[in-house]
Design a protein around this ligand. Structure first.
Ligand SMILES: [Zn+2]
Length: 245
């Protein structure tokens, strides 16, 4: 079972700044680090991820944080980069879309089978259905010819295991939803509030299916971020429903 090694797990330095966004598309962007691949040890992978973060935050790039939302090692282990629905720095014009970086250089040598499987596992986990290579968004050789040939442009391999593809609810995620319809407002009623996955699931599914009226006062908080307004709350509800429910 694949799991994601959190920022705490690899000792990430804090971001200099952080802005959230709502991922609305269904495409996961694929990169390679264009540097040395780690060995299969966790220590080597952690050193690689930390090195990429240091490079991205350093004088050459000067970014707020590591550029990508996630990274994948040749072992198939997945590392959290900027994370879910955080503005990234991976491809101009697409920084409000999810991204994954294969650690290593894959111009001639294809990424390992474990890494390719992990990218598709991550796509499922994030509710994404398609892969794009970085070069499809801007002029670059990234993510390498071999990645394009064996992963991005290759047919999706059939699922080999019987593992439930629906991901576990993220731990430590505090989820709160608050709605007040125009009718309630006119009737002088307060809004309705839900907290936690157990209470929110039904409301999220309903919002994802029907959308919220533009006159509804709405707010949703998840993992310490809050989105307000019917449009953003509908988008977040769709994303959470696709990904976790
Ligand atoms: Zn790239």
């Amino acid at each position: 079972m694949t799991s994601i090694i959190s920022r705490g797990g690899w000792g990430a330095r804090p971001p200099r700044s952080r802005a959230t966004c709502a991922w609305t598309g269904r495409t996961l962007w694929v990169h390679h680090s264009d540097g040395p691949a780690p060995s299969d040890s966790r220590a080597s992978e952690i050193a690689t991820v930390r090195g990429i973060q240091a490079f991205h935050q350093g004088p050459q790039r000067g970014w707020a944080d590591i550029g990508y939302a996630f990274l994948v090692a040749p072992s198939g282990r997945v590392y959290e980069g900027r994370g879910v629905q955080v503005w990234a720095a991976h491809c101009p014009g697409h920084n409000d879309e999810p991204s994954v970086c294969l650690m290593g250089t894959y111009d001639a040598t294809p990424p390992s089978e474990a890494a390719r499987e992990a990218v598709w596992w991550l796509a499922d986990h994030l509710g994404m259905t398609d892969l794009n290579g970085h070069r499809q968004g801007t002029a670059t050789s990234c993510p390498g010819d071999a990645t394009m040939r064996t992963l991005v442009d290759a047919p999706r391999p059939p699922k080999t295991s019987q593992e439930d593809p629906s991901p576990v609810l993220p731990h430590g995620a505090s989820l709160r939803l608050h709605l007040r319809t125009l009718g309630e407002e006119r009737a002088g009623k307060g809004g309705r509030a839900w907290a936690g996955w157990g209470e929110c699931a039904g409301a999220l599914r309903w919002i994802a299916r029907h959308g919220l009226a533009p006159t509804t006062t709405a707010a949703i908080s998840w993992r310490g971020d809050t989105w307000r307004g019917p449009r953003d709350v509908t988008n977040v509800a769709k994303n959470l429903t696709t990904r976790y429910l």
